[in-house]
Write a protein that binds this ligand. Structure first.
Ligand code: ATP
Length: 512
């Protein structure tokens, strides 16, 4: 893991007003974070790009915003009360709690690392004659580790599928997994732990009922399926998109905003005719990958991973994984959820959750394909891929956030070269003309070089400087974040240049 890089990202996020630890002056609240002035802009831009790619680009996808609190029966019907569990295990010496499945996954990742090391050694030794496929298929060290991996993986899947907690513990012992903190192998039994937060609704203790903070936004969509369908007269196939907070009492809440207890999701449920779900599942896998790739963070930063253990509601599921500084990890989930949710709500509420197909004159419970992405994880993906330390030709270093331009918190910074001679007034005038179209920033402090550096650090794609010549011929110096090229342009050209660089429309057009 690129520990240094990850530490830099966290420090940078704080220093430049992207992310703060929640309640920091009280030493923080574990796995809860606040977004600062630049963070909220970047997060909103990410959300808007997702929203537009769903709701604006598609005639048959509409939006929704449902409440965090829902009737408690919703979570009985969805299966969250009975089955939204993680298997946890405690180390008796450090008293630290872990997810048993995560400990085993990390063990497998270590074996995989060993294989990669062997392959690298082979590459070095055989140079041009190296045949990687053959090496992987025949090298005894590689084969031994691979066999171990396969055996452990099979047993994990079997144990998780049959809720065999004893077997999970047995595996942890057999794999000689030690607590990363105490180094000891003295473990408690594995127990199931429900991840939902609950609270009381109602004024008196006796009259109060237990309700949950939603652990996903999806159920708000399912229970409103008919309201939305009838009020918009949508025909299957159609989708409902929603962004909003979700809450999970995560056992292992580490890795900054990767795993939070309060987080945001962007989910879209696509309702289809039964039997057509696999077609749509494949469609949405590709559409979502295209959305990610459109950001240009690097083609090799993403990969699909099929689920080995399917959730109780799914007949196909995969993740889009992203190469975070701590390795490839889930960024988005795509699930074919069958008719599970709507059928369960029909059963638990006693209301029909059926769609009447006017073409066939038949009613049915639609099948659902879901795309579900964590807004905060997406934020971390963008931030970690964008943050770069560059050495310039003159040997100086600069920190630059190479964000996709239309996601940047500030689109344009406007600087007067000096604080007099009417330059600040001219700069303000330019700013007034574009500030309602793009987020802009006015800065007159320090040297121009330092102002550029500050803007590089928050990813501002364009800076313009107003100088004495501006007053004579209405031109400014435009400086590009990525190339650092400065060119003289006429102020009249600015709106067109900004549109090209900062209008998300151009990215959305490619997704149409
Ligand atoms: P994981 O396996 O990492 O716990 P999950 O499979 O439980 O995630 P889903 O229930 O599929 O996640 O949720 C959809 C998306 O919501 C995930 O792909 C992720 O981006 C995001 N997400 C889930 N849990 C968290 C969390 N605790 N903090 C931040 N984002 C989360």
């Amino acid at each position: 893991m690129q520990e240094e890089l990850f530490k830099n990202i966290i420090a940078h996020a704080k220093e430049y007003g992207f992310i703060f630890q929640s309640s920091e002056i009280y030493d923080g609240l574990s796995a809860v974070y606040d977004y600062g002035p630049n963070g909220i802009e970047l997060k909103n831009n990410i959300k808007n790009y997702w929203w537009d790619a769903m709701v604006k680009v598609h005639d048959n996808i509409v939006g929704l915003d449902t409440a965090i609190f829902m009737h408690p029966r919703v979570w009985d019907a969805s299966g969250h009360v009975a089955a939204f569990n993680d298997p946890l295990i405690d180390n008796k010496d450090s008293k630290k709690r872990y997810r048993a499945d995560v400990l085993l996954e990390e063990y497998i990742a270590r074996l995989e690392e060993r294989i990669e090391k062997e392959v690298k050694k082979g590459q070095k030794r055989f140079k041009d004659a190296f045949d990687e496929a053959q090496f992987r298929a025949t090298n005894p060290n590689v084969l031994r580790e691979q066999e171990k991996i396969d055996r452990v993986k099979d047993r994990i899947v079997e144990a998780l599928n049959t809720d065999n907690l004893k077997e999970l513990k047995q595996l942890i012992i057999e794999c000689e997994i030690a607590c990363p903190i105490s180094g000891s192998r003295d473990w408690t039994d594995v127990r199931q732990f429900n991840l939902m937060f609950s609270t009381q609704m109602g004024s008196t203790h006796e009259g109060a009922s237990q309700i949950f903070l939603r652990p996903e936004t999806a159920q708000g969509i399912f229970v409103n399926f008919l309201n939305v369908q009838k009020s918009t007269r949508m025909k299957v196939p159609f989708g409902i998109a929603q962004t909003g907070k979700a809450f999970r009492n995560e056992i292992v809440a580490r890795q900054f905003i990767f795993r939070m207890r309060e987080f945001e999701q962007m989910e879209m449920q696509y309702f289809v005719q039964p039997g057509k779900e696999m077609e749509w599942y494949e469609h949405w896998k590709q559409a979502r990958m295209d959305w990610h790739q459109s950001l240009g963070l690097g083609e090799n930063m993403y990969r699909f991973k099929d689920h080995e253990k399917l959730a109780h509601y799914a007949n196909a599921a995969c993740d889009i994984e992203f190469q975070f500084p701590f390795g490839f990890k889930e960024l988005e989930g795509i699930h074919s959820r069958t008719d599970y949710d709507l059928a369960r709500h029909e059963e638990y509420s006693g209301r029909r959750m059926r769609y009447f197909d006017p073409e066939t004159n038949e009613s049915y419970v639609p099948y659902v394909v879901e795309t579900s992405i964590g807004t905060d994880r997406m934020f971390l993906a963008v931030l970690s891929a964008a943050l770069k330390e560059e050495t310039l030709e003159n040997g100086e270093k600069r920190t630059v956030l190479s964000l996709p331009p239309f996601l940047a918190p500030i689109g344009l910074a406007v600087f007067p070269l000096i604080k007099k001679d009417g330059l600040p007034e001219k700069a303000q005038e330019i700013l007034q003309n574009v500030r309602l179209d793009y987020n802009c920033l006015y800065d007159e402090k320090d040297s121009i070089g330092r102002r550029y550096r500050r803007m590089d650090a928050i990813g501002t794609p364009y800076c313009i400087t107003v100088d004495h010549q501006t007053l004579e011929d209405n031109t400014v110096t435009l400086r590009d974040r990525d190339t650092m090229v400065q060119e003289r342009i006429s102020i009249e050209k600015l709106p067109e240049l900004l549109d090209k660089k900062l209008n998300k429309k151009h990215w959305l057009q490619k997704l149409q």
